[in-house]
Write a protein that binds this ligand. Structure first.
Ligand code: EPU
Length: 344
């Protein structure tokens, strides 16, 4: 597509500023990708073309335990525009390197609301579909139209629809078959009209009750979500972290009958298919981990599901802490917690 690439190959690059946990590691080789042409230049490069790749967005969902030997592609593709104003939705296209929260704020300002429940989620737009980000009753897949990606084998540009992305709870095809195989370059969001608030989530209901605002608008929802997150979750600019460290385990009715029998107060949600999602944060909290540390890695004192860097931690300390938590939760509840970030 006409554009030229001025590819720069950097070596021995510190990844500490590029991961929100603030963990030390070097990228053996790193290339910044500012366009689809840049991705194709990598694919066509005699050496780099064949190298295994690691695609880095905002670094908000990784735990670095060692230097990265794979070629790091740091996605910095910018751009945002309204593609189409339909009677039932606004379609907006965004470059994969844009910061997710900036896009939430920008669409709101433009009068195209719909992303406010996903405010303040760290990371880039390109990373949002990889793990189907979600918060306060909304998942990316519900605001997703399609995306553009470049295949790292062929250099070809492909479009993936929602079905092709195979979204699940914090999951998509990019964590499986397509992991490391294609670079997401642009994402098209679908913001439904007319706008309706998504309030069901307990923390939001509480805000509504306290404020006496029965019928909040998009700006009000945005402000509530920001306030809830700021009260519960550490700001990565101040305290290194990667958001929720474990997924909330989904189990069958039989699997958790004993657990709920023994601990009736365990926080759990019934899912539409009859399975049950258990609150991992509650279980970790019940095991006494909140505020505890192992070395320089710790459990956040306001949300036990979030592990934090207490200053100068290395990836191995985070992994050791995570294992200790997994063991105690397994010992008490018989549930195996699965990490949400990618451990490298
Ligand atoms: N809880 C405790 N103690 C704790 C933490 C939680 O008792 O230390 C209880 C809470 O009181 C609540 C329940 O557990 O009743 C669930 O906690 P919360 O509402 O804070 O949400 P979560 O299940 O811990 C999930 C997502 C978050 C998302 C929020 C809001 C996952 C793994 N995490 O957290 O996503 O923001 O719901 O929708 O699904 C992320 O993925 O990085 C993330 C932050």
């Amino acid at each position: 597509m006409g554009e030229n690439s001025a590819m720069q190959i950097e070596t021995g690059v510190s990844l500490r500023p590029y991961n929100t946990f603030g963990l030390p590691a070097l990228a053996h080789t790193l290339v910044r990708v500012g366009s689809e042409a840049d991705v194709r230049a990598v694919v066509d490069h005699p050496q780099l073309g064949r190298a295994p790749k690691f695609i880095l967005g905002g670094g908000s969902n990784i735990v670095l335990t060692r230097d990265v030997q794979a070629l790091v592609l740091k996605v910095e593709i910018a751009g945002r525009r309204l593609v189409e104003e339909r009677s039932d939705a606004f379609l907006v296209e965004v470059g994969a390197g844009e910061r997710w929260h900036d896009i939430v704020a920008w669409t709101l300002e433009q009068g195209w609301p719909g992303l406010e429940n996903l405010a303040l989620i760290p990371g880039t737009v390109g990373a949002a579909p990889v793990q189907n980000i979600g918060a306060y009753g909304v998942e990316l897949q519900e605001r997703f139209e399609s995306l553009t990606a470049v295949d790292l084998m062929t250099g070809r540009t492909v479009t993936l629809t929602r079905e092709m992305c195979r979204f699940g709870y914090r999951d998509s095809v990019f964590k499986h078959e397509l992991a490391g195989k294609s670079v997401i370059t642009r994402v098209r969001l679908r913001l439904p009209r007319p706008w309706r608030p998504v309030i069901g989530y307990l923390d939001l209901e509480r805000r509504r009750a306290e404020s006496g605002i029965a019928d909040p608008g998009p700006r009000q929802m945005f402000d509530w979500v920001c306030a809830i997150r700021q009260a519960k979750l550490p700001d990565p600019a101040q305290v290194g972290n990667a958001g929720s460290f474990f997924k909330n385990p989904v189990v069958s009715d039989e699997e958790c009958r004993d657990i709920i029998g023994r601990d009736p107060e365990i926080v759990h949600y019934l899912l539409p298919d009859g399975s049950i999602k258990l609150a991992a944060g509650w279980m970790i909290d019940a095991c006494g981990w909140k505020g505890k540390s192992v070395g320089r890695a710790g459990v956040y004192d306001k949300q036990a599901l979030v592990l934090v860097n207490r200053g100068g931690a290395i990836g191995a300390e985070v992994v050791t802490l995570a294992r200790a938590i997994q063991e105690s939760v397994y010992g008490r509840f018989g549930i195996r917690l699965e990490p949400e970030p990618v451990v490298l």
